[in-house]
Ligand binder design. Structure first.
Ligand code: A2R
Ligand code: GDD
Length: 323
């Protein structure tokens, strides 16, 4: 029986990935930071703090996973600036706790570690799509902590017999993402305007930046493929990206065109960042060549789904996220 431990299962990606993991036939144990209210029947759920070495060790000793996906993290740049210590403790020491426990209690386990395209940082200033060999120059505590975690992971993979792979996903979006991220923010505001809950003015930050956007489902399908085809992987680090640059102003235009409201676009200086990477696009040759992953969902379709999700949420007051 394939036993999979999933950390961060309550997060944006975790909720989507869990469905794919269950469909793929794994017996799943989810790790959440806070207790789960309604105990599910289809998987086990445990709440613990990954910074707690003993709790992580005891869980891995008990479950003895054959596969592990480590998503739990402080995952946004703003939080990493406001609480860098928590970011480093969670993203680096939390990951080391998992590596240590796996090494001792589940030596045959194959682990997938979610890193981030943010690790490339100022290397993006080359203006070229970056591949996995590009030198990383992180520009914020989140990115630096993820790169430090990668250094630790690589050391365990190279010399301590731990088995695994590092994924570097680029911007992934979809329903369920916090509106602190750009496309969810735009979708929420348009939905609020349509529901007469916001004046017809959409507040935006830097519209000139370009990013490599992916549907969260395509990222999760890459994770599943990396897990399932782990014995044929030729590398330890994989970009998950489209290779295409999407300008933020173009995404906004696509979304505004889907609304019948007449909406004014207003620059909100608070949404501008002290330093913003103008162009962040990845090279996906490695993951295509090695496991044949490809993008199945055009980003335009994801934007439509996102907008409809926020229209539904706004009308039913399902969410109290701030934009
Ligand atoms: O704050 P919660 O209860 O929602 O839990 C978050 C969980 N988490 C932790 N779990 C256990 N012990 C901790 N000390 C701890 N700190 C945070 O990680 C949350 O459910 C999850 C992360 O979910 P999101 O913030 O929604 O991130 P997302 O977008 O799902 O990204 C998944 C991964 C992250 O490692 C990113 O850095 C990477 O993909 O790119
Ligand atoms: N959040 C936000 N809100 N960003 C805006 C806005 C706005 O109203 N208007 C323009 N932007 C611009 C930002 O300045 C940035 O250039 C771009 O939109 C994308 O911003 P985010 O969606 O916040 O994502 P990010 O690129 O900073 O980082 C995200 O993606 C990385 C790669 O997946 C984060 O999710 C990282 O944690 C992740 O690693």
């Amino acid at each position: 029986m394939k036993r999979l431990l999933l950390t961060g299962s309550n997060g944006f990606v975790g909720k989507v990935l869990l469905e794919y993991i269950l469909t793929a036939g794994y017996q799943v144990t989810c790790v959440t930071a806070s207790p789960v209210k309604n105990k599910p029947l289809s998987f086990n759920s445990v709440h613990l703090d990954i910074r707690n070495k003993d709790a992580v060790g005891n869980l891995i000793k008990k479950v003895k996973p054959t596969h592990l996906v480590h998503l739990a993290a402080i995952s946004d740049v703003a939080s990493s600036f406001s609480d860098p210590l928590l970011t480093w403790e969670t993203n680096v020491f939390g990951t080391v706790n998992i590596l240590e426990a796996t090494k001792h209690h589940a030596p045959d386990c194959f682990s997938l570690f979610a890193s981030s395209s943010e690790v490339y940082g100022s290397a993006f200033k080359s203006g070229l799509p970056l591949d996995e060999e590009s030198k990383c120059h992180p520009l914020n505590p989140y990115a630096a902590s993820k790169l430090a975690a990668e250094v630790a992971i690589n050391q365990y993979l190279d010399s301590q017999s731990v088995q695994g792979v590092i994924a570097r996903p680029f911007n992934h979006i979809g329903p369920g993402q916090s509106p602190s991220f750009v496309t969810a923010s735009f979708a929420k505001q348009i939905a609020m305007i349509e529901a007469n809950k916001q004046e017809p003015v959409i507040k935006v930050g830097n519209l000139e930046a370009s990013r490599d956007f992916l549907d969260v489902h395509d990222v999760c399908l890459a994770y599943i493929k990396l897990l399932e085809e782990n014995s044929s992987l030729r590398h330890t680090t994989y970009n998950i990206c489209s290779g295409k640059a999407y300008k933020i102003s173009n995404l906004l235009e696509i979304m505004l065109n889907q609304s019948s409201e007449s909406i004014v676009v207003e620059l909100d200086p608070l949404r501008l960042r002290p330093s913003d990477i103008p162009f962040a696009v990845g090279n996906n040759t490695r993951i295509i060549d090695d496991i044949g992953w490809h993008i199945a969902r055009p980003i335009e379709d994801t934007l439509t789904l996102l907008l409809n999700y926020w229209r539904h949420s706004t009308n039913t007051n399902l969410h109290d996220f701030k934009s």
